[in-house]
Design a protein around this ligand. Structure first.
Ligand SMILES: [Zn+2]
Length: 110
């Protein structure tokens, strides 16, 4: 008896679907951040720490522990114990957003 065989995976098509899903997830995270900022209870008192908290909650920033500060100008140079500092890093979502913004900027200046 001939059983139907699965179609060979169309790798390019599969990757395009994965890209689209990832892009949708990135967009959702960025929209969630924007809405949270706009809808913040007291946006007139929104400070850097609040924005960082919202960005972490939306998956745009993550807290990392490092053995040394990023540099003398990073706030993490003033935090933590000796040999251990806490800092915030862009997640892959925010890194891709920065790349998209830079690409759009490059296109607009050509
Ligand atoms: Zn740092």
């Amino acid at each position: 008896m001939n059983m139907p065989q699965p179609l060979p995976p169309d790798e390019a098509g599969l990757l395009a679907v994965v890209d689209t899903v990832l892009a949708a997830r990135d967009l959702f995270a960025l929209q969630a951040f924007a809405l949270a900022v706009v809808e913040y209870d007291d946006s007139s008192n929104l400070v850097r720490g609040d924005l960082q908290d919202i960005a972490m909650a939306c998956g745009l920033l993550k807290q990392v522990t490092k053995v040394a500060p990023c540099g003398e100008n990073c706030y993490c140079a003033d935090t933590g114990l000796e040999g251990q500092v806490e800092c915030l890093e862009d997640t892959s979502v925010l890194k891709r957003a920065w790349i998209a913004v830079k690409e759009a900027d490059d296109r607009s200046t050509q």
